[in-house]
Design a protein around this ligand. Structure first.
Ligand SMILES: Nc1ncnc2c1ncn2[C@@H]1O[C@H](COP(=O)(O)OP(=O)(O)OP(=O)(O)O)[C@@H](O)[C@H]1O
Length: 875
């Protein structure tokens, strides 16, 4: 309908539609053609004001570090959507139409017309809109120039369709994300770090869509402009990764049903891609970093007072209208040379867009409009808004580099520092002193030394291994975040991306993050096919389908390899080395991915990597895998850990996908329950169920692989080849040898020790005997007084006592043989003394009583003997 309308109304100015542009440069120059028709508000058309836009080419090497400012205007385009089934049924007429490529004209009053950089009719595909209205902004952002693209229009005019799109027609956001990664792929001489944030402004409150805890965030300002404090930023590694984050964020976005749109956006969303890049390769150290932001904004739609809303919807609507009104005022003031105060602070939206609107980056405004007569007034307001915006001048400049703010610099520095630490650690492994030189005479000391050495060595090795593993892990994690092209910068045929860029079709896993059919659920939308009936849309669907077919099982999740490892991390594999086929693991996380089984791939055709075919993507994956699995790389020490990390990463992503699809399934099932007649929903449910099943199978397979890796790495340590391991091996051999010698000597030692123990025991026994004898002696001495009578003086007793003085156990222990000798001689003396003592007592008793049987003669003789004996004893 609209298409035919457009044909019926040829361009009055003869602007041929063959001028259709495919490049941003032509898009901005297209409006330089004179167009003097006066618009309804009496202003001259803004068409000519954009002529200062310059074509953009990406020459990373020639990027000036200082700002290269040139004046240009906001790119303003208008996109018509087709009449909706409801509007058709209600017999709505067309009130506005696209007259050629740059003019919007009023059907009822043809003199009312506005010119823009480009006007897209209802049959135009989002891809085409992207090429004209967005690609140059994305290019600029990748060069270091901030960019903002936003869709503005009344409710249900097609903003979300344009910015997000669905699986059949991906929107500006997924296309921009895809393009950003495509640019990295084709820029081998720079390395990039990409991170994303996603927030919404709902009822004048800023919420973080990537972090449900981040509610009511504050907008702050610093030298670089306004920013949201505490918003979560995620480093992204692939288009699918970024899109999965958006999809997850969308789950938290406020949407609600209105009279016009069953899924109307009730909040403005801002998706920000922060891009850092620095030269890559030799001698790039210390080079400057560019940092820029690409803001992709899906505004909530302004609502006409005719819309019957109540309660929460009305409140939301008034917040939405107020913020859009402020946006309009800000834009008016910006274009009014006399305005002194720009009311950015009057709404969160304008406050957030302050840097962009005040001319510090490129801006593309895509105004979505409906042709229907019932919305004629709102459409006219949108057109006037777009008209005003066209006058905003911008001075886009490449961002100055602020090192402290640059994450890529921080990571690069940290990687460098960690590598130095790692080198130091490697150098620090010195062989332990040669224990052969230790004299053998002191067995105990030797044994002690060896034991100490063994313990120390063991703990030192453990510590060093832990430190090394931690360092390597950190280096790898950081390195993975920095993206570089899989192209060889030396051999690249296009060292500086010039000419038309290849177009990357969407792989299935990227599409998986887009709604199957996002918002074709307009009220009374009976035939969802109405919107895809135009030839261009069919073409898109075909494109996508072809893309799907081509990239089936060869998704682009790991489309780019993370930064190549440099020599200290492990040399890059020679991609031309056909001889060494490497075992590779599929890193695809496509729903129909190949279960990550090992497969052999020859490492040929580096050039293929530069092609856009999914197989090329596949090759880049393979190359990454080789780096990780790398039989060639000295990073063997961590390959298993890497693989497990990779598989775990895939596991996480797949689990995320399953969670998302499960929630989509829930929503669609609810919808199907409400509309049982809609067969399409049933088909969708079946498809989703199958996909979820397939992914669950993949998850199970990944889990198995992770477990297998864990077991394999336990069985086979990876340290075999390193010099570190060799020195450890030498030490262990030495240690074993010495341990054996020690065993032998320890056995001898044990025997000697046993003998010694025996002697000590004997001495102890003797000492016991001595003690008991001493006791007896002291008992006997209690008879001291009576001893005097037999002629033994106390001095004599003392002398004898000293003869029997206690024998120190310590002395015995120190010199056991001497002690034994001494004891023996002391024993003799002691026993003699004792014997004499008993004899004396006996004599004394005999003398007192006399033996009853002794004859007198004998008695005298005994007395004589006693006297003699007494003389002997006293002498
Ligand atoms: N160019 C288009 N081609 C086909 N269908 C479109 C187009 N633009 C919008 N639609 C359809 O129109 C409906 C409303 O679009 P959409 O939800 O994108 O509007 P919106 O401006 O974002 O609305 P709101 O402000 O209420 O969120 C959707 O069903 C969408 O699929």
């Amino acid at each position: 309908m609209m298409a035919s309308k457009q044909r019926l109304k040829p361009n009055k100015l003869g602007l041929s539609s063959s001028n259709a542009v495919n490049s941003p440069s032509s898009s901005t120059t297209s409006s330089s053609k004179p167009y003097v028709e006066t618009s309804i508000d009496g202003q001259s058309s803004p068409a000519s004001s954009s002529s200062r836009s310059k074509p953009l080419h990406f020459h990373p090497d020639s990027l000036p570090l200082e700002a290269d400012r040139s004046k240009e205007n906001v790119t303003v385009t208008v996109r018509f959507r087709p009449l909706s089934p409801r509007e058709i049924r209600q017999g709505e007429e067309i009130a506005w139409y696209a007259d050629g490529e740059t003019i919007v004209r009023n059907e009822h009053n043809p003199s009312i017309a506005y010119a823009y950089d480009r006007v897209f009719g209802p049959t135009t595909t989002t891809r085409h809109v992207y090429d004209v209205a967005a690609q140059h902004i994305v290019n600029g952002a990748m060069e270091g120039v901030n960019g903002t693209i936003f869709a503005y229009g009344v409710t249900s005019s097609g903003k979300t369709h344009t910015m997000h799109g669905d699986q059949r027609s991906p929107g500006i956001i997924p296309l921009a994300v895809k393009d950003a990664f495509g640019i990295i792929q084709e820029t081998p001489n720079r390395e990039f770090l990409l991170r994303v944030s996603y927030l919404e402004i709902y009822n004048e409150v800023v919420n973080d869509l990537l972090n449900p805890a981040g509610q009511n965030l504050r907008i702050r300002e610093d030298a670089q402009g306004t920013f949201v404090e505490g918003v979560k930023e995620e480093v992204v590694l692939s288009p699918a990764h970024a899109l999965s984050l958006i999809a997850a964020g969308e789950e938290h976005r406020h949407v609600g049903s209105t009279n016009f749109n069953i899924q109307s956006s009730r909040s403005h969303t801002v998706f920000t891609l922060t891009i850092e890049s620095s030269p890559f390769g030799e001698n790039s150290e210390g080079e400057a970093v560019t940092l820029s932001q690409l803001n992709l904004i899906d505004l909530a739609g302004s609502e006409s007072s005719k819309v019957e809303t109540t309660g929460a919807r009305r409140k939301e609507g008034s917040y939405i209208n107020k913020s859009l009104l402020t946006l309009g005022t800000v834009i008016s003031k910006l274009t009014d040379g006399r305005a002194t105060h720009i009311p950015y602070r009057d709404s969160k939206l304008t406050r957030l867009l302050q840097s962009s609107l005040s001319g510090h980056g490129r801006v593309s405004l895509i105004c979505t409009v409906t042709p229907s007569s019932s919305n004629s007034e709102e459409t006219h307001n949108t057109l006037k808004f777009a008209h005003r915006a066209k006058h905003i001048e911008i001075q886009a400049a490449q961002n100055k580099i602020i090192d402290e703010k640059s994450l890529i610099k921080k990571y690069q520095n940290e990687i460098r520092r960690l590598k130095e630490e790692l080198d130091q650690l490697k150098r620090g492994i010195v062989p332990v002193p040669q224990i052969k030189d230790v004299p053998d005479n002191d067995l105990v000391i030797l044994k002690q030394k060896l034991e100490d050495g063994q313990v120390k060595l063991q703990s030192r090795l453990e510590q060093e291994e832990e430190a090394k593993a931690a360092l390597l892990g950190r280096i790898q994690r950081l390195t993975k975040l920095i993206l570089v092209s899989t192209k060889d910068s030396q051999s690249s045929r296009f060292p500086h991306r010039a000419g038309p860029r290849r177009r990357h079709s969407f792989g299935e896993e990227e599409l998986a993050y887009l709604p199957y059919k996002r918002r074709d659920l307009m009220l009374d939308d009976e035939s969802s096919e109405v919107y895809i009936s135009t030839e261009s849309n069919v073409e898109t669907a075909d494109d996508v389908h072809k893309g799907e077919k081509k990239s089936k099982k060869h998704g682009l999740l790991n489309w780019l390899k993370p930064r190549k490892r440099d020599s200290s991390m492990g040399a890059l594999v020679s991609t031309n080395d056909k001889s060494s086929a490497a075992k590779s693991i599929s890193t695809s996380s496509t729903p129909q991915g190949e279960n990550c089984n090992f497969q052999t791939e020859s490492r040929h055709s580096q050039s293929l990597v530069t092609e856009s075919s999914p197989s090329a993507d596949r090759l880049s994956e393979t190359r990454e895998d080789r780096d990780i699995l790398g039989h060639e790389t000295p990073l063997n020490t961590s390959k298993s850990a890497d693989q497990v990390e990779l598989l775990t990463e895939q596991h996480k992503i797949l689990s995320g996908e399953v969670a998302l699809q499960t929630s989509a399934l829930r929503r669609i099932s609810e919808e199907a329950a409400r509309n049982p007649q809609k067969e399409l929903l049933q088909v969708e449910i079946r498809n989703l169920n199958e996909e979820i099943k397939g992914k669950n199978e993949q998850i199970a397979s990944l889990e198995k692989q992770i477990a297998d890796f864990a077991m394999a790495s336990q069985r086979k340590p990876d340290f075999e080849a390193s010099p570190y391991v060799q020195s450890v091996d030498d030490l262990m051999a030495q240690l074993n040898e010495k341990s054996f010698e020690l065993e032998v000597k320890a056995a001898d030692n044990r025997i000697i020790q046993e003998q010694l123990d025996q002697k000590i025991q004997e001495c102890a026994d003797l000492q016991g005997t001595v003690a008991s004898l001493k006791q007896q002696l002291s008992d006997a001495l209690e008879f001291g007084s009576s001893l005097n009578t037999v002629g033994i003086t106390s001095q004599q007793v003392t002398e004898r006592k000293s003869l029997l003085a206690p024998i120190s156990l310590d002395k015995v222990n120190a010199k056991s043989s001497d002690v034994n000798d001494a004891l023996l001689s002391q024993e003799k003396v002691y026993y003699l003394g004792l014997l004499s003592f008993f004899l004396l007592i006996r004599l004394y008793l005999i003398r007192q009583k006399g033996p009853p049987s002794l004859p007198k003669l004998s008695k005298n003789l005994w007395q004589k003997n006693f006297d003699n004996n007494n003389v002997v004893m006293t002498q």
